[in-house]
Design a protein. Structure first.
Length: 196
């Protein structure tokens, strides 16, 4: 068989991928149907929408705005967060923290995976400790953190005390140490969102 030049090979692969996505049954098992991808997120669909609230913790008190939106045909949930810390004794210069996250569902592990990109340069990858919300609680524990020393860990815990409100507890742990609370946010829904 004749070797195709690099560009031709890429175009052939791209064409085959498009044809497969248009209806090849063998690809269905890998990417799932619209029905299955939407149902994957049902256990955490209560997050969808826009939220506002307040935060407190090691960096001081903050005002928090967050949104959770279904994207890419319901395959992912995008999380946009902004916390503004005014000048205060715990944070004399004040600061604005932003992070962007993506939640996916790992069908192999049957767990949600959260990847966060922080304005300070950290990238955290978490996995949920249960397949969905356990009672009124959802916990994500870090499995990888970029741009910090080896052995650091992080944990995000969400507590739902009513349908349109939740508390988020963010904890960190230095190597060989227990988790310590870094911050707590209390958020209330201001608008709803729907799965794509």
């Amino acid at each position: 068989m004749t070797e195709l030049p690099g560009l031709s090979r890429r175009l052939l692969i791209l064409g085959m991928s498009a044809a497969a996505a248009a209806g090849c049954d063998t690809l269905d098992g890998m990417i799932g149907t619209t029905e299955s991808k939407t149902s994957d997120f049902e256990p955490i669909a209560r997050f969808l929408g826009t939220w506002r609230g307040t935060g407190s913790g090691q960096p001081g008190d903050s005002k928090v705005e967050r949104s959770y939106a279904s994207i890419m045909g319901g395959r992912f949930i995008e999380v946009r967060n902004r916390s503004v810390y005014a000048k205060q004794p715990k944070n004399p210069n004040g600061e604005t923290h932003e992070d962007l996250g993506y939640v996916s569902f790992d069908k192999t592990r049957k767990r949600f995976v959260l990847r966060q990109f922080h304005s300070e340069g950290f990238v955290n990858q978490y996995v949920s400790t249960t397949p969905g919300i356990d009672g009124a609680r959802l916990v994500f524990e870090s499995e990888a953190i970029e741009n910090v020393g080896a052995g650091f860990r992080a944990r995000e815990t969400y507590l739902f005390n009513r349908p349109d409100a939740f508390e988020e507890i963010f904890e960190t742990a230095e190597p060989n140490r227990d988790f310590q609370v870094y911050s707590r946010n209390v958020l209330t829904r201001v608008s709803t969102g729907l799965l794509a």
